[in-house]
Design a protein around this ligand. Structure first.
Ligand code: NAD
Length: 366
């Protein structure tokens, strides 16, 4: 397995492979760039088939966090961690505590938050062994409701704001009544996004690999059930990937019938060229790291203790950022993902130039 010459390595500052034989923990932590601040990013737990798959995922996710935080104008760097294992089978308190010990050994260069396969209680267990966890403090949330620190509500709200900006840009409408949306993955973020859409009058189709998640969306939101094979290819206005990455690829893009792709999943493009393929097909793609920044914005303010209104106002800027990306894309006839990378790099450079740091350390997210 290549590391420094890995195609996704992209000048990562630090990479740790951690194994704890007693608990069975196998984890990789990647710190891409700390020029803007400590690397903050989720800790994902997933049953990766191979170590190579886990490494590729953590490198792509970690780099994406540098870009996401810069694009959202946050004083944070980019990092991510992955635990290799099935969260429904292999998660134990001892394993989470071992992960906490690993985080502590990194001395605060990387701060973990929840991600797919981990939750606030898991982060709290890690927090018995380290202070370098975030998204766990009970407080009044950005929406005025009590929050246990879980960033998912802010991620879902930001995705909803971004989806509305995409609908306005592509379809020229502010009203979502009757808008048809297909959501792949109806977990922490997907379900909340579905609820916002339902409240705005949209019609929903959902699919999840877990039947109980589908049933909840049917019972509580009147969603219609799609299948694994057709959820991305329904004749809807918007497809919202809210599960795993790489769903926009050579196979899927030609089959898409939606006008817009706007969902929370990280790393939706399998390869950089899929950005252009979407544009060539006339599909408006809301770049994932722009639309799903609500959670990182929320976690950032947990650390500063800002008022809920400040957090909400910052999450609302996701709509403006996306509109700027869409407009620049139209003006320059270039795909939205490339424009989002460019805008993130501009914001990164503006910030680090002032701090006297070397902007060339940030390579292209591709
Ligand atoms: P989650 O684990 O709660 O939800 C993901 C859902 O997708 C689960 O219900 C899972 O069963 C389902 N799923 C997995 N594989 C699937 C498949 N092939 N087809 C359909 N469904 C499938 O995770 P989440 O916190 O809701 O995150 C969803 C996505 O959004 C992830 O890609 C995550 O990295 C990204 N994201 C989350 C946050 C956050 O605040 N939670 C922030 C930014 C980005």
């Amino acid at each position: 397995m290549n590391v420094f010459s890995h195609p996704e390595f992209d000048n990562h500052e630090h990479l740790s492979f951690f194994c704890d034989a007693e608990t069975g923990l196998k984890a990789i932590t990647a710190i891409h760039n700390t020029s803007r601040g400590p690397a903050l990013g989720g800790c994902r737990m997933f049953p990766y088939a191979t170590d190579e798959e886990a490494l590729r995922d953590v490198l792509r996710l970690s780099r994406g966090m540098t870009y996401k935080s810069a694009l959202a104008n946050l004083d944070l760097g980019g990092g991510k961690s992955v635990i290799i294992g099935d969260p429904r089978k292999h998660k134990t308190e001892a394993l989470m505590e071992a992960m906490g010990r690993h985080l502590e050994s990194l001395g605060g260069q990387y701060i973990a938050a929840e991600d797919s396969g981990t939750s606030v209680p898991d982060l709290k267990i890690m927090g018995r062994r380290t202070s370098h966890v975030a998204g766990i403090a009970a407080r009044t949330g950005f929406d005025g409701n009590p929050s246990n620190g879980d960033p998912s509500p802010a991620t879902a709200y930001g995705t909803f704001i971004g989806l509305k900006a995409a609908v306005k840009h592509k379809l020229g409408r502010n009203d979502l009544t009757g808008l048809k949306v297909a959501i792949q993955g109806i977990g922490n973020v997907g379900f909340r996004l579905a609820r916002h859409l339902k409240e705005a009058g949209a019609e929903l189709w959902v699919y999840d690999i877990h039947e109980d998640n589908i049933q909840r969306a049917v019972d509580q939101l009147g969603a219609r059930v799609a299948t694994a094979d057709d959820i991305l290819f329904l004749p809807v206005d918007v497809v919202a990937p809210c599960a795993m990455g790489a769903v926009l690829n050579d196979d899927s893009i030609p089959q898409l019938k939606a006008n817009i792709v706007a969902g929370a999943a990280n790393n939706q493009l399998a390869q950089p060229q899929h950005d252009g393929m979407l544009r060539d097909r006339g599909i408006l793609y809301a770049p994932d790291f722009a639309i799903n920044a609500g959670g990182i914005i929320d976690v950032f303010y947990e650390r500063t203790g800002a008022a809920p209104e400040t957090v909400r106002a910052h999450v609302d800027t996701i709509g403006d950022t996306l509109t700027e990306i869409f407009n620049r894309s139209d003006r320059s006839d270039r795909p939205t993902g490339a424009i989002a990378n460019e805008l993130a790099e501009e914001r990164f450079r503006k910030h680090t130039a002032g701090a006297g740091l070397a902007p060339e350390r940030l390579a292209c997210a591709g």
